[in-house]
Write a protein that binds this ligand. Sequence first.
Ligand code: TNX
Length: 709
Amino acid sequence: MRASRPRGRSFAALAVLTLALALPLPATAEAVEPAPAVVPQPVSQTSLTGSGFALTAQTPVNVISSSDPDAAGVGSYLAGLLAPATGYTLPVTTTSQPASQAIVLDPNGPSSLGAEGYTLNSTSTGVTVTAYGAQGLFRGVQTLRQLLPAAIESTSVKPGPWTVAPVQISDSPRYSYRGVMVDVARRYFPMAQLKRYIDQAATYKINTLHLHLTDDQGWRIAIGAIPSLTTVGASTQSGFTGGTTWYYTAAEYQEIVAYAKSRFMTVVPEIDGPGHTSAALASVANLNCNNTAISPYSGFDVGISLYCLSDAQHISNVSSFLTTVIDTVAAMTPGPYVHLGGDETPQATSTQYNAYVSAATAAATARGKTVMGWHQLGQSTIPANSIMQWWGDADDRSSIGTSNETESIQFVRNAVAQNAKFVMSPSDHAYLDMKYDSSTPYGLSWEGYVPLSRAYDWDPTTSTAKLNGTGSIVSAGQIAGVEAALWADRAYSPSTSLPTSTNQFPEPYVYAEHMTFPRLPAIAEIGWSPQSTHNFTDFSNRLATHGARWTAAGINYYAAPDVNWSGGGSSGGGAFNGVHTLATGGQALTVPKKGTNGTQLTTSALVSTNSQKWTFTEQPDGSYTLVNVGSGLCVDVNAGSMSAGAAIIQWTCSGTTNQRWNVAAATGGGYTLTSVKSGLVITTASTANNAAVTQQPSSGSALQRWTIG
Ligand code: TNX
């Protein structure tokens, strides 16, 4: 329980192995075929001999007819997934018999596969995914995409070949609930960015999207009957205030729900209370004891607010408010759950807290919804079959069985006695807002750092056990699953002090991807794969090949040091081979007009002429040469200089180290290009047209972070 810990964080003073089998190999090279690196690890996987199945522009995606209305959609989804990189528009057909030389999606498998299980067989004659319904096919399709080369994730056409590794897989999840929470209350995610995140999570078989829709810093969901919740309550974010409002209209929320459903993901809406309610208290006067609305809050603290629950009149006000809100949200939410929060309420007496839980749970059950809540909710009477979300940590675990059990442990015991189920989000492992290490620009560290190894190093069955793993107070059968939580209290850089400008906030997706990749795949594997497969070395070896996938997809991941990202850095595996533009702030690396051998490069508005196109070719050391498509000359450090400020020119290609560039994902988004010779990075002087390009020490400046287009 937060209140029992000396965290101080509540207050302002915060502290490849490449899929070589699938990459084009020189004719003379011998193909060494490693086992496909699937994450989460399937239950069983056997590599087959043979060449695998090569896709062509004519390969049909053949969905076997069934009574499941969603199955055909999985076929179209797969064809859509494969289209950008292959350039193919694969024909999607529905037939009663499987076609040959096809990707066959068969939803008529045995019920023993369960809702999400599947089998996958890939040989030179075709690929077949079999499941008991559309959902299992969808999960199998996520495995199938990982059997293709990393470049399949590219958003532009790549050369291929597109060979599916030959393998036989049989798979089903350990837990039925595998979630990720996004804190859209502290930091509003625009629609497109939320959808992008849904797609990324679905890749790792996450099936639940928990939206933290309300908090002190903002109310993000339109409630038609209470317009002030958005006109006032949505006028702030952490660090942002005034001028506009940030929220999802009813139509937008439903669009998100539908999009998530198309990725076989259930949305869990969270209406937090009785604390974390400043946005509601600023919008609705009679939720306050003095019947006066407070000012909207855009700060960074937690544990600062409480609905007024100290007299019958105000309990009734809160109850009718919650009924309106939960009715509206429940009506727009096809999934079975409504999350009622319940965390961090230091000011509430238990009578007040119980009054909240009783009002909120009544509203939810009246709508037929299953109640979810942070584990603190378990201190009160909760409806049958409620799900408590555990966010305690090792301190709580070490108190188990002592005379001094933490409140959190006591609340869990009370929930267990009421037959609750549990979703495990231990904050010292599954909180994606914790910094990886001291170099992480964003996030918090009240749980210490959470490097990838720690995100992977836990088991739900001991999340509420003593530290030695014995004496779990939640039995294995009561565990519904796991959830990673992307809080957004500190979605800016550097987050070690309070921000002084909104310029310190990257786009939400940049924050989200940096904190999520590679840790969400770790938590996804804990939720999906059998405990018997759990092995960090094996996981990190498999995950290493995913760096090239994320690079191809344009995901701003963190190249965590506990993984040997194949090929070195995040550029491994020749992921960038091909023609690209390089732009920063919309200004592209350009050979100026009338440039000749020796002309200094500039940046100017991105228009994608040949003078702005560069052919990247991976070199044996993992670096790249960059040849201009117009001139045929190479990006070169003038005279092989080792000095900061030396001009970057175009020069006859020579293969020397002053023409080789290491490409690495940069903190804050984009990529740096570091000279193999000098160790200095390609830097433009400004975002003005015709700015001069030189080599400079890496500083994290946006003028050194290039978008590879
Ligand atoms: C605790 S976890 C919170 C959130 C913060 C988070 C930051 C929980 C139920 N409450 O309000 O965003 O820590 O790490």
